[in-house]
Design a protein around this ligand. Structure first.
Ligand SMILES: [Fe+2]
Length: 180
């Protein structure tokens, strides 16, 4: 993973952000709001993805991740309370786009197997986005000595990584073969 040089980013604030984001703490707050919106949108989207999945193991993986995602959203709420931050009121546009791509896949007139492979591709894009977001936020939390927050973010980060590798295994072991 690429490690940003946080020290230099805090010393040289990009002008576009300078008004709003004055410190690494502000940037952490911004990242947490973005992740909160991402999880919130996913809680709504995952039931549709589970409904559309044909392979029972994929369906089950989406259902399990829905429960995890609800828990991850609650974890962010806990972080918000702990740090006295309001995480509401922001829309993560990247997640909006990723979910829309997943929905487009659902609407495609494809065979069951091809649709499953496409759903996995969409879900893995989502996981990779979240892995990147949680990795950055956890790092920011550590750098700003928000130890408890960092710990909670790392728990979610691990869950996202596990989900990604589970999807990978499903795609590799079975679904991509069937789609050929
Ligand atoms: Fe998540």
């Amino acid at each position: 993973m690429v490690q940003l040089d946080f020290q230099s980013t805090t010393n040289q604030k990009p002008t576009a952000m300078a008004d709003k984001l004055k410190s690494l703490n502000d940037l952490l707050h911004e990242q947490l709001r973005d992740l909160y919106s991402a999880e919130d949108q996913l809680v709504d989207a995952l039931p549709d993805m589970a409904d559309e999945a044909n392979d029972p193991r994929l369906k089950q993986a989406f259902q399990l991740h829905l429960e995890q995602t609800k828990n991850q959203k609650a974890r962010l709420e806990e972080i918000g309370r702990g740090m006295n931050l309001d995480l509401d009121g922001h829309t993560c546009k990247a997640m909006e786009g990723l979910i829309k791509e997943g929905k487009d896949m659902i609407d495609e007139d494809a065979s069951d197997e091809v649709k499953d492979a496409g759903l996995i591709a969409a879900a893995q894009r989502i996981e990779h986005y979240e892995i990147s977001g949680y990795g950055t936020a956890a790092r920011f939390a550590e750098q700003t000595n928000n130890t408890q927050t960092a710990e909670l973010l790392r728990q979610t980060l691990q869950e996202e990584k596990d989900t990604d590798s589970k999807l990978n295994d499903l795609a590799e072991s079975y679904i991509n073969q069937k789609a050929m």
